[in-house]
Design a protein around this ligand. Structure first.
Ligand code: HEC
Length: 214
């Protein structure tokens, strides 16, 4: 006769409960029911913004500021105050663009503007969705995207500003997105999705200590 798989566990759990009752205050780990460690459960990845910033920009802002912000003038590039940038973006959303954005989506849009403002533009990358092994996001114009899931590199498909990959299964321990733009002098950007859902979350350090004009 076969034994039900759950049976030994139930017995020891009952024993533990008994021991715990006898020696009140028992806090041995064996007695505590396992709360985590569901086999195969994925780690928590950073939350994607509800409104993907690049598509939002093209929809709500590009009619005045050009695709990819190409009509932003020199004054914009020289805008060195990061708090001022965040304030203007927020006012544009509720003003000329006549809409509203939640805080995280606004923060992602401001991050995209840090990329637009950079003189040497490091690619901007944002996560928009993870569903099992399917991972999707946005990237600034013309960049290639490679997703590194648990150490394995997979080239993403990029259509306009949207990238996507289908992995063999949900990523288990690590998920990193790398973007590199061809043709212009640019660094690679790397986004660790265990820590953040978009790049450019803070002004680059070089802009804090001013480079001295131009
Ligand atoms: C109806 C046209 C219009 C739309 C739509 C619009 N803007 Fe603007 N925006 C302007 C004008 C005009 C200015 C310059 C005058 C000013 O600062 O108010 C400006 C200025 C800016 C600046 C400062 C640029 C600089 O050189 O200092 C930023 C950043 C900006 N807009 C972001 C946005 C964002 C983000 C959106 C979309 C949510 C948006 N704008 C939508 C018209 C628009």
């Amino acid at each position: 006769m076969t034994r039900a798989p759950g049976q030994p566990l139930r017995v020891s759990a009952a024993l533990c409960a008994l021991l715990a009752a006898l020696a009140a205050g028992c806090d041995c780990r064996e007695c505590a029911p396992p709360v985590t460690a569901q086999a195969g459960s994925a780690p928590a990845w950073a939350d994607a913004p509800a409104v993907p910033p690049v598509a939002f920009f093209e929809r709500a802002c590009a009619n005045c500021h050009g695709p990819g912000g190409m009509f932003y003038g020199e004054g914009f590039a020289a805008m060195s105050d990061d708090a001022e940038l965040a304030r203007v973006v927020h006012e544009m959303v509720i003003g000329p663009a006549r809409t509203t954005l939640d805080d995280a989506s606004t923060a992602a849009l401001v991050a995209y503007h840090r990329h637009l403002r950079e003189s040497v533009r490091r690619p901007f990358v944002v996560l928009t969705r993870i569903d099992g092994g399917r991972v999707e996001g946005e990237v600034s114009g013309g960049a290639r995207v490679v997703v590194v899931a648990d150490g394995r590199e997979v080239e993403a498909t990029v259509v306009d500003h949207a990238w996507s990959v289908v992995l063999t299964g949900p990523p288990r321990a690590s998920l990193v997105v790398r973007a590199r733009a061809d043709g212009e002098p640019t660094d690679e950007t790397e986004l660790d999705l265990g820590r953040a859902a978009w790049t450019h979350d803070a002004p680059p350090e070089s802009s804090v200590s001013s480079k001295g004009g131009a």
